[in-house]
Design a protein around this ligand. Structure first.
Ligand code: GAR
Length: 220
């Protein structure tokens, strides 16, 4: 059964575009039924419109509290009956109210090798810490900020001349645009789930996130 996917964005939407492309060519057995942005100026909105996908704009500025915003978010999304909710650069701290509504069905991508560098400014943090490696992580969303069970992680070696800008570009092109469509494809096929025992991929409980070697040829 083709999965109904909701994608939440705040910015450029490069991850969104990779998901749109993978749904269009059948690598993801899913349909993006709505793209929701909290920012009217998000570049991803035009990408959704070009693909003929419904767009919902829900500005956090119109709500007095995180709870009020998340209540509105839950009801706005419910109209589209998503099976999977994909956070793709959605720069909001979510309350248990929203997270609980999609427990086990919501993925996030974070631009670091979690648990290293949760939160913002990860590329600067990698350079400040002198890390030898950097990358990105797809994880299930739980109440712990950037702390939910990890699914897949891709990494590369930091170069001596890397800057926050080059690291951001490398994280996006070398890792994120490959691992996120792959993770969503697994979920849409029912090959990825969050169980009481942890993350289950292809019938096995993961003891650690899988790496780039798990990415199928079609997503490389
Ligand atoms: C991505 O690098 C994503 O990992 C990051 O925002 C960027 C969105 O780019 N997300 C976070 O920092 C979440 N805390 P995009 O809109 O072009 O996909």
């Amino acid at each position: 059964m083709t999965a109904r996917i909701a994608v939440l964005i705040s910015g450029e939407g490069r991850n969104l575009q990779a998901l749109i492309d993978a749904c269009a060519d059948g690598r993801i057995d899913g349909r993006i039924v709505v793209v929701l942005s909290n920012r009217a100026e998000a570049g991803g909105i035009a990408r959704a419109q070009r693909a003929g996908i419904a767009v919902e704009l829900l500005s956090h500025r119109d709500y007095a509290s995180r709870e009020a915003y998340d209540t509105a978010l839950v009801s706005r999304l419910a109209a589209y009956r998503p099976d999977i909710v994909v956070l793709a650069g959605f720069m909001r701290i979510l309350t248990p109210l929203f997270i609980g509504a999609y427990a086990g069905r919501m993925l996030n991508i974070h631009p670091s090798l979690l648990p290293r560098h949760p939160g913002l400014h990860t590329h600067e943090a990698v350079l400040a810490a002198g890390d030898a490696e950097h990358g990105a992580t797809v994880h299930f969303v739980t109440d712990e900020l950037d702390g939910g069970p990890r699914v897949i992680q891709g990494q590369f070696k930091v170069r001596a001349d890397d800057t926050p800008q080059t690291l951001a570009a490398r994280v996006m092109s070398e890792v994120e645009l490959k691992i996120y469509p792959q993770a969503v494809a697994w979920m849409a096929r029912g090959e990825l789930a969050l169980t009481a025992g942890g993350v289950e991929l292809h019938g096995r409980i993961l003891t650690a996130p899988v790496g780039m070697d798990a990415v199928e040829e079609a997503f490389r």
